[in-house]
Ligand binder design. Structure first.
Ligand code: ATP
Ligand code: MG
Ligand code: MG
Ligand code: MG
Length: 438
């Protein structure tokens, strides 16, 4: 992408409304624009990051055996009356009437709708287990939308739902999601720690929140530092096999959100030097809730003996748009964002240091073409800005690599390659720079 053709409205100054680094940087680097309180437009650069996160989430869901579908954002109020949650949900729910005075709502979550889809399509125990997910916009009329996309009112969530015959099966489904979550967050360059959590309005008796430790996080959490170094299950994990050993390894060390924290247990189980009481960002949560929805909504399957039984359910959310903020909280410095490679909007920023210099422009064009041909995504600053401004802009935008080409280096057959994280620079021939990157 040539910057001269791109839409990247960056800001020189820190926006006054942004209180935390990720919000500030997302506005300054031209990733998002606020359209109303807690409601954001995703600009081209921000959308590329959002899509990368979605892709990783989808790959890990699919690997774990979940199936993607897409449910609408609008739901009928009557569906929520079946579960009893329409009145219980409170002012966070955006309630809407259509021209026929029919009551609708903008979905804050989808347990009711997926249960309706399930009961219409599944009859027999033979169709279980089933795990369905989608990636869809949600609306929650948060009392205090803040920190940019971290606590939006409209936000993108991956939400998945499992259906099993009994509790043992539901726990296996839960375990598959547990492992898939560890893998997905780790692939985004994050260490997300599963912590015992309250089940809240989703209901049920087993739940973990996945928490990224950060001072700016809104969750108050307690955990054993041992969790910071545990290995994440590998890509070739057998999801059909027994995942209990992996789950036990990850749930043995103490980790709990303040809602369910047990101070006495914490102090007896965790040696003082390993006790961590800090803040964190909830990037995902998984629930086992049994028959909470299947009983009132009559989602049942027929057993071999002809009898019928309500299914055991679980639900699994990931805050896709919140993750963009969380990843920036975990990766930035005083100059700007430092993207982990798998989610970066482009792989390389290419900078021509002397606009109008024919040799420099030819070298930039040639390198740009070669990098793109080898599958790299390149943001090529071909504008007339000063070199200093171009460098500052690339640091702000935070692409993992930068290549700068100027007349002096070029005379010696060299370009400068810089790694954004760490800032190391090397001078090398253009082809060697390509070889380093691809
Ligand atoms: P929170 O405690 O932050 O309000 P939640 O527990 O209400 O979140 P869940 O119902 O568990 O949220 O939804 C699944 C995921 O969706 C959360 O783990 C979080 O990452 C994300 N999420 C929830 N609310 C928001 C929001 N207002 N803005 C952005 N992401 C959100
Ligand atoms: Mg909430
Ligand atoms: Mg929560
Ligand atoms: Mg939650």
């Amino acid at each position: 992408m040539r910057l001269s053709r791109y839409f990247l409205p960056t800001l020189k100054d820190n926006p006054a409304e942004a209180q935390i680094a990720s919000h500030r940087l997302m506005l300054r680097a031209g990733l998002i624009r606020q359209e109303a309180a807690g409601i954001y437009a995703w600009l081209p650069l921000g959308l590329r990051v959002l899509r990368n996160i979605e892709r990783i989430v989808r790959e890990e869901m699919d690997r774990a055996g979940a199936l993607e579908l897409l449910m609408p954002t609008l739901q009928l109020a009557d569906l929520w009356r079946e579960s009893g949650r329409y009145d219980a949900y409170g002012p966070e729910m955006l309630r809407i009437r259509d021209r026929h005075e029919r009551e609708l709502l903008y979905g804050p979550t989808n347990e009711e709708m997926i249960t309706e889809i399930f009961r219409a399509g599944v009859r027999s125990y033979r169709d279980l287990p089933l795990n369905l997910y989608h990636v869809q916009w949600k609306f929650r009329d948060e009392q205090r939308p803040r920190f940019g996309v971290m606590r939006g009112r409209e936000f993108l969530m991956k939400d998945g739902y499992s259906f099993d015959l009994d509790e043992a099966g539901a726990r296996r489904s839960y375990n598959r999601m547990f492992v898939a979550y560890l893998r997905a967050f780790s692939r985004m360059g994050l260490r997300a720690i599963p912590m015992r959590a309250e089940t809240g309005p989703i209901g049920g008796d087993l739940s973990h929140e996945f928490i990224v430790l950060a001072d700016t996080g809104e969750s108050d959490v307690y955990c054993d530092r041992a969790l910071l170094d545990l290995p994440v299950p590998a890509a070739d994990t057998d999801y059909a096999g027994d995942l209990e050993p992996a789950i036990r390894r990850w749930t043995a060390p103490y980790a709990a959100t303040s809602d369910v924290h047990d101070a006495a247990r914490f102090e007896s189980e965790v040696p003082a030097e390993r006790r961590l009481h800090t803040r964190g960002i909830e990037v995902g949560q998984i629930f086992y809730f049994g028959t909470k929805y299947s009983e009132p909504m009559r989602a049942a399957v027929t057993l071999p003996d002809g009898s019928s039984r309500p299914i055991h359910g679980g639900s699994y959310g990931i805050g896709v748009s919140r993750l963009v903020g969380a990843i920036i909280e975990a990766g930035h410095d005083e100059h700007g964002i430092v993207w982990p490679e798998p989610v970066a909007p482009f792989d390389v920023g290419l900078i021509g240091l002397k606009p109008g210099d024919a040799a420099v422009e030819a070298a930039c064009d040639a390198l740009y073409a070669k990098l793109e041909a080898s599958g790299m995504h390149v943001l090529y600053d071909d504008t007339d800005e000063r070199a200093g401004a171009k460098f500052a802009n690339m640091d702000l935008v935070g692409l993992p690599w930068q290549i700068a080409i100027g007349p002096r280096g070029l005379a010696a057959g060299q370009v400068e390659l810089k790694r954004r994280a760490g800032g190391e620079r090397v001078e090398l021939a253009p082809d060697d720079a390509i070889a380093r990157l691809v």
